[in-house]
Design a protein around this ligand. Structure first.
Ligand SMILES: Nc1ncnc2c1ncn2[C@@H]1O[C@H](COP(=O)(O)OP(=O)(O)OP(=O)(O)O)[C@@H](O)[C@H]1O
Length: 253
């Protein structure tokens, strides 16, 4: 990895209700690349992803130690400003959660909250983000229709457009294609590949085929520890660690 990491995790430990969930995690997430977190169910993938934008804060009985530096700023510093940190990251969850409003208003929502854009600016912004997520031609004639009328795959792309509209730097995806049909999955995967030109992307996925197709780097997590991290082809085709080999072969699920 040549450029400065976008997220640098240093000796991160997460305990929830006396369970040691993440164990001394240190990792550098590369800038403007796709990094996928893989590993068996319950190994801590989602917990690791959530630690990047302080989404664990509201988990009852959570204890977090160590550092997560985003652009060099420790987000767990008591003086860190959560709104500022969260604005840098867009989160795409497993299922699309469009807001109960029109297609247009979903995308305009964030910019309206964060500023007071003029109508012409908003129109342009909505169009740009709907184009960026490949939705524009599908929805341009029904921007005032409720977002709930869209297919699940379109709703997920709308959620991505909504996230991009507040100009994040990092996109976090938590199994964000798991509710989608194969065609919509393919579209979202292609979008991730395109969007890495502008954003650093971190994905949690169970699907090794997807990890191989979209990611530049892979993190393999097992029982709360990082076992292996490296370029996708290396980790998936020529893993160094026995545990990674077993997982990639399908012996651990
Ligand atoms: N809020 C919580 N309260 C108690 N335990 C939790 C909580 N969140 C996560 N855990 C535990 O932390 C461990 C890691 O969970 P996590 O969701 O990060 O795993 P995962 O690798 O993403 O799993 P999956 O692939 O099944 O989604 C699990 O044992 C889980 O039960």
């Amino acid at each position: 990895m040549t450029s400065t990491p976008h997220i640098s995790v240093q000796n991160l430990n997460v305990h929830i209700a006396n369970q040691h969930i993440l164990k001394d995690i240190s990792i550098n997430i590369p800038n403007k690349k796709v990094t996928s977190i893989i590993g068996p169910s319950g190994c801590g993938k989602t917990t690791l992803l959530k630690s990047f934008n302080r989404l664990l804060d509201n988990t009852p009985d959570v204890k977090i130690t160590g550092k997560v530096l985003v652009d060099g700023e420790d987000i767990y510093d008591p003086n860190a400003e959560i709104t500022h940190i969260r604005k840098k990251m867009g989160l795409l969850s497993q299922r699309p959660y469009p807001l109960p409003m029109s297609i247009y208003d979903n995308v305009a929502y964030g910019p309206r909250i964060h500023g007071n854009p003029k109508k012409a600016e908003l129109d342009e912004l909505v169009e740009t983000q709907l184009k960026a997520t490949g939705l524009w031609n599908e929805v341009k004639d029904r921007l005032k229709a409720p977002a709930s009328k869209l297919s699940i795959g379109q709703q997920q792309r709308l959620c991505l457009a909504r996230g991009l509209a507040v100009e994040p730097e990092i996109i976090l995806g938590d199994e964000s294609t798991s509710a989608l049909d194969p065609t919509s999955t393919h579209i979202i995967e292609d979008l991730f590949i395109e969007l890495k030109e502008k954003y650093s992307i971190v994905l949690v996925t169970h699907i090794l085929r997807q990890a191989r197709r979209v990611s530049d780097y892979i993190i393999f997590v097992y029982m709360g520890k990082i076992i292996e991290f490296g370029p996708t082809e290396e980790v998936l085709l020529n893993p160094k660690q026995e545990l990674t080999k077993e997982y990639v072969k399908g012996f651990i699920s």
